[in-house]
Design a protein around this ligand. Structure first.
Ligand SMILES: Nc1ncnc2c1ncn2[C@@H]1O[C@H](COP(=O)(O)OP(=O)(O)OP(=O)(O)O)[C@@H](O)[C@H]1O
Ligand SMILES: [Mg+2]
Length: 416
């Protein structure tokens, strides 16, 4: 197990905005619920030579929060770096950021390293190259001097070997790169190379982003996944949310009525982001409205409405403009998709149903389906003719938009 950093003693009590942090990782470990097993797995991987794990899952499920927790838990002697791959324009810039965070000077690196060399002699100089390699074991005093040159995976690996710094480097948002980016292919090369030479490498990488598997982050470029085990984050469970609510209520000294908690849990569909958004705004409204120790249906309804607006300006911003312009027919389709528990719906059955309940032709319904596909609300899976939401995080927020009430709640909640 990794040694834990001392927790600085907190003097001030926490406010609701310290606990409900939509879009930011939980501030304290006790507010990161339901990820015990994943944390243990990550800790083990970080102690295993040559293993550089990958964390994936749907949007807003808690990938960054999990990785952040692991970074926070590192011993003080370990340098941690967090880089969002979508904030740099290419691999060279990414490599420079990594070196910068680790205190490695790329301008004039002088290192003594005992390593399996993969080098090529050219014009009397030792240069880093990726083709026509000759392998030899040697101790070398090398001057890389990469200030003007582009940093390749090979040269970054060398820079890392040259550094004695123990580090954990999180590379996040790997899903969000333009198609022409050289980052996935070069990162895959680096990952393979790092695992091959684990003996000399003091740094660990944790790769993360939206997706189902390594393929979604690296395309087909990661040749072997043996050294890059994947942690897929499942939706949180009811008990996880309950644990969060208990901790929040205790900290704030304010209770949330059970029907409200149950409905938030049910609507959240396993997404902590939904719970954070709704509760943040619910408590904001509560703080303005009343000094009482209980939140009410009014606060909750306000919270939901504001959460909707915020979500479509933030995690779901891609839908920000179109969500206010959905036609009645499109809303009817979405309603059919977000109401039942199942995620996949037979396209042809749904098309007929939507035409029937809206009293329009199947052709017209088809057009509405097409528009929703074009604007990436829904996707069609050809293999089994099913339709599902393109982004599972849309579900809880569309339920607000479509005014779908949770079950087990009194109708009075939204009336009046
Ligand atoms: N295990 C958890 N317990 C409680 N809250 C969590 C947990 N995981 C994430 N959250 C909260 O959920 C929200 C989304 O988390 P986070 O940003 O880590 O998700 P993500 O998967 O990285 O999102 P994205 O796909 O946009 O990168 C944040 O408000 C965060 O505080
Ligand atoms: Mg994230």
């Amino acid at each position: 197990m990794l040694a834990k950093k001392d927790e600085t003693e907190r003097i001030e009590p926490m406010e609701y905005y310290d606990i409900f942090t939509p879009g930011a990782p939980p501030k304290e470990r006790r507010f990161l619920v339901g990820r015990k097993e994943e944390i243990e797995r990550l800790e083990t991987y970080l102690l295993s030579p040559g293993i550089h794990p990958i964390v994936v899952g749907p949007r807003g499920i808690g990938k960054t929060s999990l990785v952040q927790q692991i970074l926070d838990e590192q011993d003080r002697s370990v340098v941690t770096a967090q880089i969002e791959a979508n904030t740099v324009s290419n691999f060279d810039e990414l490599a420079r950021c990594i070196c910068d965070d680790l205190g490695i000077d790329v301008h004039n690196v002088s290192s003594t390293s005992h390593e399996m060399e993969e080098t090529m002699q050219a014009k009397g100089k030792l240069v880093v190259a990726e083709g026509q390699l000759q392998h030899k074991e040697k101790t070398t005093e090398q001057m890389i001097g990469l200030s003007g040159k582009e940093i390749s995976p090979q040269s970054l690996k060398r820079l890392l070997i040259s550094s004695n710094t123990n580090a954990v480097i999180s590379l996040d948002e790997l899903d969000d790169l333009p198609g022409e980016s050289d980052i996935p292919v070069k990162l895959a090369k680096l990952a393979k190379s790092l695992s091959n030479q684990s003996k000399w490498i003091n740094q660990k990488f944790v790769f993360s982003g939206i997706g189902r598997d390594a393929h979604t982050l690296f395309g087909g470029h990661l040749s072997s996944q043996r050294n890059h085990p994947v942690i897929f984050l499942d939706p949180l469970k009811k008990n996880d949310f309950m644990a969060f609510f208990s901790a929040a209520e205790e900290e704030l000294g304010i209770s949330i009525p059970s029907p409200i908690k149950n409905e938030i849990i049910q609507d959240a569909d396993g997404f902590p982001y939904y719970m954070h958004q709704v509760c943040f705004h619910m408590f904001l409204c509560h703080s303005k409205q009343s000094p009482s120790a209980i939140v009410t249906d009014y606060h909750y309804t306000e919270g939901k409405n504001k959460a909707f607006e915020d979500a479509f300006s933030h995690y779901l911003r891609k839908y920000k403009y179109s969500v206010y312009r959905l036609s009645d027919l499109q809303k009817s389709i979405l309603r059919e998709i977000v109401v039942p528990k199942k995620r996949h719906h037979n396209y042809f059955e749904l098309e007929k149903k939507v035409a029937r309940i809206n009293n329009v032709s199947v052709k017209e319904a088809k057009k509405a389906f097409r528009k929703l596909m074009d604007s990436e609300y829904i996707q069609y899976r050809k293999s089994d003719d099913t339709i599902s939401l393109n982004d599972a995080l849309l579900k809880p927020f569309l339920r607000i938009k479509l005014n779908i009430r949770g079950t087990g709640r009194q109708a009075s909640l939204f009336d009046g």
